[in-house]
Design a protein around this ligand. Structure first.
Ligand code: GLN
Length: 289
């Protein structure tokens, strides 16, 4: 019920946007709208259609709490509990990295590679699956193939399994293991994909607050020079990838030369691809038949 001192959706969005702007939050108005959408359970159009409607006390208090969290730099995706990636909506929480748009290119490349192989009994492995975004997007596209997804974190695997269930994916097997110590069960695979923790430990302090204070360290950095996972992937390449198979991995800005060198040292042929912002972002290594 509306009362004389109640605040409307339009007013709360305006106030929240001003507050976020003061606090230096990116896209203040959009952020406030998305938080309001989450609390009210509507799409953005629903906000615009109801600008003059008063908020219920419980909605206002939830929105206040959301706003306070974002003002403390907690990522929007953790507050609302999900993000869009490739064709789907994934649940996320502080035990998994928030899927990034750059990584969608890895998924597209993997899907194109699988299509080109015309083999319905292909096997795919995603190393360090996190939320499961890569493995699940691939598995959804090809229900007949088998996908193995690994992670060292039990909580990440719980989130990934939950996402697989939500998106009704049945062709993924999850394993708790690290490529730094062993090969995943089922190796070798026809396609190996990975977006490993590649940030150098020294760079962590210079990252955005949203990333360094909220995203899981185990998903961001190897605690060394950022190359540990590429070293492990290159050393294990022969036992990880089947003859005629392909490895597609994401890399950080400025890592292309070093990562290329690691694989070329092992006599593999390597291709580097740029992302839409022009950064070298993906490396593809093919194993000869
Ligand atoms: N594979 C997941 C992603 O790309 C997690 C990556 C990670 O935790 N480093 O989002």
């Amino acid at each position: 019920m509306s009362t004389s001192n109640s605040i409307t959706i339009g007013e709360v969005i305006k106030k929240g946007a001003e507050y976020f702007a003061e606090k230096g939050i990116d896209s203040p108005r959009l952020t406030m709208e998305l938080l309001a959408c989450d609390v009210l359970g509507v799409e953005r159009i629903g906000l615009y259609l109801n600008f003059d409607k008063p908020l219920h006390a419980n909605e206002l208090s939830r929105l206040r709490s959301h706003t306070a969290r974002r003002a403390k730099k907690e990522p929007l995706q953790y507050i609302v509990g999900s993000t869009e990636f490739y064709k789907y909506k994934f649940s996320v929480n502080e035990s998994v990295l928030i899927p990034r748009p750059e990584t969608e290119q890895l998924v597209e490349k993997a899907i194109a590679t699988i299509k080109a192989q015309k083999n319905s009994s292909l096997t795919v492995c995603d190393i360090g699956t996190g939320s499961g975004c890569i493995a699940i997007s691939i598995a959804k596209e090809f229900p007949a193939i088998t996908v193995v997804a690994t992670d060292i974190s039990t909580q990440a695997l719980t989130t990934a399994k939950n996402n697989a269930r939500q998106l009704e994916v049945l062709n993924i097997q999850f394993f708790e293991t690290s490529i730094l110590s062993e090969n995943p069960p089922g190796a070798p695979f026809d396609i190996v994909v990975s977006n490993p923790p590649y940030i150098e430990i020294e760079e962590i302090s210079s990252l955005q607050e949203e990333v360094k204070s909220y995203e899981p360290m185990v998903a961001l950095t190897d605690n060394e020079d950022g190359l540990s996972f590429y070293r492990a992937l290159s050393q294990r390449f022969d036992s990880l990838v089947s003859n005629g198979g392909t490895m597609i991995i994401e890399i950080g800005a400025n890592q292309a030369e070093k990562v290329k060198e690691l694989f070329e040292k092992q006599q593999h042929s390597v291709k580097v691809f740029k992302d839409y912002s022009g950064h070298e972002r993906l490396i593809e290594i093919k194993k000869m038949l």
